[in-house]
Design a protein around this ligand. Sequence first.
Ligand code: 5AD
Length: 339
Amino acid sequence: MTNLQRIDSLESLPRDELRVLLETHTQDDAEALFARARTIRERAYGSAIYLRALIEISSYCKNDCYYCGLRKSNGKAQRYRLSKDEILACCEEGYAQGLRTFVLQGGEDPWFNDERLCDIVGAIRKRWPDCAITLSLGERGRESYAALFAAGANRYLLRHETANESHYKLLHPSEMQLSARLLCLRDLREIGYQVGCGFMVGSPGQSVDYLLDDLDFLRAFRPEMVGIGPFLPHGDTPFANEPPGSPELTLFLLGLVRVLLPGALLPATTALGSSMQDGRERGLLAGANVIMPNLSPAHVRGKYAIYDGKDTRGMEGLCGRIEALGLEIGTGRGDAVRL
Ligand code: 5AD
């Protein structure tokens, strides 16, 4: 029996015991965790894996996060923004491929004001009433979130990045504040969005204590979605020479989050797929139940470079690889289940 198999109720594991697990787990412990995570996922979602059409609408960003290749100080970043027609064409393509969630993701680009975004969201809502619209456009005001919700958006992804105040300061310039980020997450939830948060694994300065802060935060906030991927350096950022985060630790955390939040929508992230060849498949085997293939137009796919070596794969061969794991492609919107 592995150490982990001796623990009955992982979901209520005290922080100190989570720490021991994070610091001392063996490969056998990891496998035992993943098996439990898969059972829990099965109970919540059966064998369905949900696909989300990821549409990267703008590579402009007014922020200057030290880890991100799209930071405003990176003069080498290639900037673009998609037009409404281009975005609708991406949705059309995704819908034809069976996808029923569109994720509009972008840097914090002031050009995409409420008027332009509500027009786009409204058009998508009208044309595909059976689909979910997820936004991932960073920090905005409460009124803006409310207007976008009224226009038809259902879900919002805004990673908290780190739940520890001093770690947040190490990753961001002083004009960005953890408290502002958390306020956004609370506003989004109050307005009625299904909310996603998340963090990078192995970001510079991250300690086990900080990861425990992240897990405590997730247990308290109980987001519907959680995005977790390894930190991967980008050559034109202040963190260019920092080591990448561990994909194995990322998988372990995915398994833990599945156990802590049984009903969460948990993507095997692009960063995980970028850091190991079969990362997305291994993410599913660790308890993830969402994959977000890239549906951005071909001419911009290389330009949304938040880190080096980003995987830009779309739908090619994806369904076959999921089915080869004994899983199936979820039909319908794939909303979070409340457990
Ligand atoms: N490595 C991994 N993930 C990153 N992100 C941003 N930069 C990097 C990087 N260098 C993640 C952040 C952000 C999301 C858009 O991508 O968590 O919220």
